[in-house]
Design a protein around this ligand. Structure first.
Ligand SMILES: Nc1ncnc2c1ncn2[C@@H]1O[C@H](COP(=O)(O)OP(=O)(O)O)[C@@H](O)[C@H]1O
Ligand SMILES: O=C(O)C1=C[C@@H](OP(=O)(O)O)[C@@H](O)[C@H](O)C1
Ligand SMILES: [Mg+2]
Length: 197
């Protein structure tokens, strides 16, 4: 059965377990929630491919997200984001991390709902701010008061992220611990992840 092979894995205690990922796991949430970092760890833990929509967009354009925003504007970026999501959701089940704005589009949410399972990595403003404040890679935060910008985005977006299929709190704990929490949340959905561990 292509795309849903059984994987023989080991958990943190060295115990062997079997897992079969049947749908693509789509990580959603705010900038700094840990979608890229936790998604990478989760894919490794499940022995499935990891993809990140931002990385795919950058690779195809041969430019950074910041350069794309500066030269072509946000609407162009959003168009590319939807195209990339559509393409990647059709592939083998994997872990797919999105950019923080991807889930704001109704059309994107529909695609994700129909073809994958969404996991909201939820974090509060202080946690998010501490994780993004030293990085200049996020064009939406290049404002006179980036913390206030982040706060306003969080307020507007949280009710939309709440439509995700699963929620995992991404405050306390390491990236590896978050990945375990996501795996446990996925294991409550046998239509997504079959596991005996
Ligand atoms: N649970 C965590 N604990 C500590 N640092 C984290 C955690 N999750 C993410 N980070 C760090 O926060 C920063 C932002 O994470 P990232 O995965 O890029 O977020 P996103 O893709 O959601 O914007 C990175 O430096 C990452 O290593
Ligand atoms: O929240 C957003 O609208 C964005 C989040 C970024 O991804 P991360 O959430 O991975 O930082 C990236 O897609 C772009 O800068 C826009
Ligand atoms: Mg990211």
């Amino acid at each position: 059965m292509s795309g849903a092979e059984v994987r023989r894995l080991r958990d943190g205690d060295g115990q062997e377990f079997m897992a079969r990922l049947k749908k693509t796991v789509v990580m959603v949430g705010m900038m700094g929630a840990g979608k890229t970092a936790v998604g990478t760890a989760l894919a490794r833990a499940l022995a499935v491919p990891f993809l990140d929509s931002d990385e795919e967009i950058e690779r195809a354009a041969n430019r950074t997200i910041a350069e794309i925003f500066a030269r072509d504007g946000e609407p162009f970026f959003r168009e590319k984001e939807s195209q990339v999501l559509s393409r990647l959701l059709k592939g083998t089940p994997c872990v797919l991390s999105t950019g923080g704005g991807a889930f704001m589009s109704e059309a994107n949410r529909r695609m994700i709902r129909e073809q994958g399972v969404s996991v909201w990595l939820k974090a509060d403003l202080e946690v998010l701010w501490q994780r993004v404040r030293h990085k200049a890679t996020r064009p939406l935060l290049r404002t006179p008061n980036p913390r206030e910008t982040l706060r306003a985005l969080l307020e507007a977006r949280d009710p939309v992220y709440a439509q995700a299929d699963l929620v995992v709190e991404s405050g306390e704990g390491t990236v590896e611990q978050m990945a375990v929490r996501v795996r446990e949340a996925l294991a409550t959905r046998p239509d997504v992840l079959e596991t005996d561990g």
